[in-house]
Design a protein around this ligand. Sequence first.
Ligand code: URA
Length: 444
Amino acid sequence: MRIFDIIDKKKHGGRLTDVEIEYMIEAFISGKIADYQMSAMLMAIWFRGMNDHELAVLTQAMAKSGDMIDLSAISGKKVDKHSTGGVGDKTTLVVVPIVAACGGKVAKMSGRGLGHTGGTIDKLEAIPGMRTSLSQEEFFATVNKIGAAIIGQTGNLAPADKKIYALRDVTATVDSIPLIASSIMSKKLAAGSDCILLDVKTGSGAFMKTFADSVKLAQKMVAIGTHAKKKTAALITDMDIPLGHAVGNSLEVIEAVDTLCGKGPDDLTEVCIQLAANMLYLLEKGNIAECQKMARRVLNNGSAFEKFIAMVAAQGGDISVLRDTEKFPKAPYKKSVLSDSDGYITKMDVEKCGIASMILGAGRENKDSVIDFSAGILITKKYGDRVKKGEKLAVLYTGKRERLEQAENVYKRSVKIGSKKPEQRSLILARVEKNKIEKFFSGE
Ligand code: URA
């Protein structure tokens, strides 16, 4: 078998066989296929795509290129969740304890943030003492005892994805729906849960900018999960407005705690309830309406918050900062961003909000950047809100005073103010299962 022929076949729009796909991944990992050949292959896939079967085989081969985590030492069915990434997306911190408080098991491996999007592991590490690297025994024991643990991805999870992603990053092939789907799902399959809920973000702060592309990505990922015999579903959720009010690691943990205590912002609370309910549904805890009720109950009676406390304590975190969030270390510098005009907020460029937060030190400009946990943004006025000239739009926090002006300029450019109140937006736009899409809004 020659990689030249496989590239040529895909270049002409041919359908690759299972053997060709498996050879391609194995030979690439073992160094028999050069980076320039794999790059050509990725570009051929970018133009020609892959059908659901090719994609399922590619994803399995990528997953099997490293460790396949065996979660059978944890009793019962396990459910995983993945967000395609956004700004202010702290849902994992809320959703995982909700599911555990309802009797579900979540053995979760999460990633770090890069660029304008945040990562769950960075947020958790904002809690003093929190360990996000546990031995396998400790990870399993924590999930068995508490129902949940969240750790960073182990070094050898889907190494083929790591190698392929590095090429995609420099060959303009990141923005391919089949390549994104196989990349995300290879890690989810390797992580070993029985059920997978995908939160596909759509809008200006997301990978997928349009609803149509978000549905296509969700369908591809659901097809891959189902082919691998995992119960898989996806929610398409809005990322044209940052989620909640807090952007930045400690600020987001504080907002997650407020939400777990029933005092969170409405948008964040609602998205968390729907995500948790869908995870419980995949675990067969009831129909969607029953699962929503269960999720609301554990938020309102404090048991989801107590699960979060138990999980953080088991992972070495200082729970006193969760019981009294005033104890979180504070950023030494802050600045209010004021409105230049009267009107309504008619648009928020979420990517720019994320970039402003990164400039303040809350995110990584490159892989080696060091995060400032106390840096970030508290948004006081959001899409649809009425504002007066001189009124506060947001407060910026940082450890580097010299960054404030640049972040303020970027943040100001992210907010558009118009004279007419804009239409309310839907938070949850659709739900995707195998051969089924439920749309929750009209239009598009
Ligand atoms: N996240 C991933 O893990 N992979 C992609 O290709 C895009 C987003």
